[in-house]
Design a protein around this ligand. Structure first.
Ligand SMILES: Nc1ncnc2c1ncn2[C@@H]1O[C@H](COP(=O)(O)OP(=O)(O)O)[C@@H](O)[C@H]1O
Ligand SMILES: [Mg+2]
Length: 230
């Protein structure tokens, strides 16, 4: 399998007051196309930092990140945001939906950056909502939906532009066990049936079992890589 993401000697340093603190210390990592990777590790070990670098939400201090053959570490801010809108979907712990918009309009949001007509945007969002099992909830606002349903809307929004890569930061961290399992099952379906490559940060060893591949970060260093038995 070819690598979708190739990372070499990646470092990230934050400025904390007068001090520079290195939080990722020379990460090397290849993520094959079609993988579902879980990323675990103690709080503060750099999981979100690494995830945001892979998803182009932040830029590294050193090293290389290549995604689908493109060196995203070399892109300017404008190039990177354009790249993100076409190649990556994001799912966060607290859903990050717009509270004043319906589920349908939330899912349409990423498409406002494209040249699609209003009718095409509507149709695509309907398909995405159908895929996450919420075809009948398009007119509901986030506060009229359960946590699990809100996360499914967020997943519909993440896939509506048909990105290759999904970046998920503790997507089940705020959910009860049953809703969490539904979300994990949905991510697994997107990986297996729709070919999405997924990188998911989680604290939950049960969630990590849904992945094809598990990574562990400790104090900014990758300490373990396990290929799960399918
Ligand atoms: N924007 C920032 N500025 C300064 N320090 C940060 C910033 N973001 C994260 N950090 C620090 O980097 C380390 C790793 O953070 P993070 O990647 O969020 O860890 P995790 O997701 O594993 O809990 C922590 O010590 C955190 O305090
Ligand atoms: Mg984090």
């Amino acid at each position: 399998m070819t690598a979708l993401v190739s990372i070499r000697n990646l470092t990230k340093t934050y400025q904390r007051g007068p001090e520079k603190v290195e939080v990722l210390h020379g990460i090397d990592l290849e993520i094959p196309d079609g993988d579902f990777v879980s990323l675990m590790g103690p709080s503060g070990s750099g999981k979100t930092t690494l995830l945001n670098l892979i998803g182009g939400l932040d830029s590294p201090s050193g090293g290389e990140i290549e995604v689908e053959g493109e060196r995203i570490d070399r892109m300017s801010g404008g190039q990177l945001s354009n790249w993100r809108s076409q190649n990556v979907g994001y799912v966060f712990q607290f859903y990050n939906l717009m509270p004043t918009l319906t589920a349908q309009k939330n899912v349409e949001l990423p498409l406002l950056l494209t040249r699609l007509s209003a009718a095409d945007r509507k149709r695509r969002a309907e398909i995405a909502l159908q895929l996450v099992g919420l075809a009948d909830r398009g007119k509901h606002k986030p506060n009229e939906l359960s946590g699990g349903q809100q996360q499914r809307v967020a997943i519909a929004r993440a896939i509506v532009s048909d990105p290759r890569l999904l970046i998920c930061d503790e997507p089940t961290g705020d959910l009860d066990r049953q809703s969490a399992e539904e979300i994990l099952g949905l991510l697994q379906l997107l990986n297996r049936e729709h070919g999405k490559t997924i990188v998911m940060v989680t604290h939950d060893p049960k969630a990590a079992e849904y992945a094809t591949h598990s990574l562990h970060l400790d104090k900014g260093t990758l300490v373990e890589q396990v290929r799960n038995v399918a």
